[in-house]
Structures are given as structure tokens and as C-alpha cells.
Design a protein around this ligand. Structure first.
Ligand code: HEC
Length: 254
């Protein structure tokens, strides 16, 4: 007689477990890459390694005492030019960033030798083209953080992309049999609630820097529920079966 198979992660066949695990591992690596990227772009916004509340304020609200160009030269664009070259550009910005001084004080040469390689129209990167003086001038003015258009772009990519990731992570985790119902519902719904709060908090921080804390709380809660669902799912697929057959039904016995 065939064994009566229950709907739980532990009793699935190896193929489905391999499929689920492959997906979970790739998504976890993707998550780690996202964290590295956050460190390298936002983490350096205040000129120091590590993500802080200041970084988030600078990224969304802007560092309103300085220009974006100057901030980037202290932050993620710091390695692109020597200290003297950066000092020359910063002096030029502080003296009003005129086109005349740009041409005559050697600033143009610095941009041509240090920046244009990436900042040109054909680079394929979504970054401003510095062969156009106006694009430099715009960034030499006071920094008001992420623009509304870039927020709208990143917001919709995140909403669609992350909702999709949590759909599958949550679906796999919903087959875990050892988690009490309230905790399970909480872990599955938390990422969606905080995804909305996270995106909303970017826009709020753009208008008021005090909301930067909300960005951290929302991002952290999302990462926590991701880690929880990931570990429990992997455990139930690969370790739990060693302790014998799991006769619970994850979807019906909650
Ligand atoms: C190796 C390629 C590379 C070089 C060289 C480079 N940049 Fe960048 N730059 C980037 C990338 C990628 C971004 C977007 C990520 C970021 O903001 O850190 C960027 C973003 C910027 C921004 C923000 C633009 C915006 O409107 O959001 C400024 C300002 C900037 N760079 C200035 C400079 C200056 C000044 C130099 C020369 C001293 C320079 N960059 C050299 C790759 C480069």
C-alpha cells in the first residue's frame, strides 16, 4: 500500500525539494548582493563606510548644505580622482561653478580624464552624461536627494520585483508544518506590509528627514522575515526528514 503523503515540506520528493532549494539559494544570494549594493551606493552617501541614518537622509532628502557633486566626491565617487583633483573640483563648485572657470581652471580636463569614461551618453549606465556642461552644472547646485522621477522608477521596480520574490518564498514556507498558525501568518504577511511601508518611507524621507528611521525599520523587518522563512523551509526539507516521517498537513492542520 502506498504511504499516505501529507502536504508538508518534509515529505516532498527530492525533485521538488531541489527546485525549492535552488530557488531559495539563488534568491538569498540576490538578497546579499542587494545588501552589498546598498552599502556601496547609499552606505557611502555620508562619506563613511557602513549604512547609517545619515546615509538614508542624504540619499533621499539630500545633504542640503552641499551639492550632489560635492557629496559624491566625498562618497561613492571618491576613488575616481586624486585628492588634489577632487579639491580643485570642490573649490570650483564653492566658487559658483561657472562655465568660464570650468574651461579655464583645468576643471574640464579633470572631468575629461577622470569622469567621462563612465559618464558619457554611450556608457549604457543610467548616469548623467558629463560631456554636456549643463549636466555637471545641475549637480553642482544644492543636493536635494533622490529626484521624484528616480523614486518613482525605483519604487515600482521594487514593488513588482520584491512582491514576486516573497510570493514564492512565502508559498514554499506555507508548506512548513512545524510553525504555529499565528507566527506563520505573521511571517508571510510581514514582508508585504513592510514593503509598502518601506517604499512609502522613501517618499516621506524625501520630504522630511525624520522618516529615515522608518526606512531602516521596514527594511530590517523585511530581511528578518525573509531569513526566518528561508531557514525554516530549508530545515523542514533537509533536516526534519532525518527524524522520521512528518504526518502533519501544513495547509490543513494549522
Ligand atoms: C568607473 C565609472 C565611473 C567613473 C570613472 C566616475 N563615475 Fe560617477 N557614477 C558612476 C556610477 C555607476 C554612478 C551611479 C551610482 C552612484 O551614485 O554611486 C555614478 C554617479 C555619480 C553622480 C551622481 C549622479 C546623479 O545625478 O545621480 C555624480 C555627481 C558623479 N557620479 C560624479 C562623478 C565625478 C565628478 C567623476 C570624476 C571625478 C565620476 N563620477 C567618475 C560611475 C563612475
Amino acid at each position: 500500500m502506498a504511504l499516505s503523503h501529507k502536504l508538508n515540506l518534509s515529505s516532498q520528493g527530492t525533485s521538488l525539494k531541489a527546485l525549492f532549494s535552488g530557488y531559495l539559494i539563488v534568491v538569498a544570494v540576490g538578497y546579499l548582493m542587494a545588501l552589498v549594493q546598498i552599502q556601496l551606493t547609499h552606505g557611502l552617501a555620508d562619506g563613511e563606510y557602513g549604512l547609517s541614518v545619515d546615509d538614508i537622509v542624504y540619499s533621499y532628502y539630500g545633504n542640503r548644505s552641499n551639492s550632489l557633486l560635492e557629496n559624491k566626491l566625498h562618497g561613492s565617487m571618491k576613488p575616481m580622482a586624486s585628492d588634489e583633483e577632487r579639491a580643485d573640483i570642490i573649490t570650483w563648485i564653492q566658487q559658483g561653478a561657472s562655465e568660464e572657470a570650468y574651461e579655464s581652471n583645468g576643471i574640464k580636463q579633470i572631468f575629461e580624464s577622470r569622469c567621462i569614461a563612465c559618464h558619457n551618453a554611450d556608457s549604457g549606465m543610467p548616469i548623467p552624461d558629463y560631456t554636456e556642461f549643463q549636466n555637471i552644472k545641475d549637480r553642482a547646485l544644492v543636493d536635494t536627494g533622490a529626484s521624484f522621477s528616480s523614486l518613482a522608477r525605483v519604487s515600482h521596480i521594487h514593488l513588482f520585483g520584491i512582491a514576486f520574490i516573497f510570493m514564492f518564498v512565502g508559498l514554499i514556507f506555507s508548506l512548513a508544518s512545524g510553525v504555529p498558525k499565528p507566527l506563520k501568518v505573521l511571517a508571510i504577511s510581514t514582508p508585504y506590509a513592510f514593503l509598502l511601508i518601506d517604499i512609502a518611507s522613501w517618499w516621506l524621507t524625501k520630504m522630511n528627514p525624520n522618516f529615515a528611521w522608518l526606512v531602516i525599520i521596514a527594511g530590517g523587518s523585511m530581511a528578518l522575515s525573509f531569513a526566518f522563512m528561508w531557514v525554516v523551509s530549508m530545515y523542514e526539507m533537509w533536516i526534519l526528514p532525518r527524524f522520521g516521517e512528518d504526518t502533519r498537513d501544513a495547509l490543513l492542520d494549522e
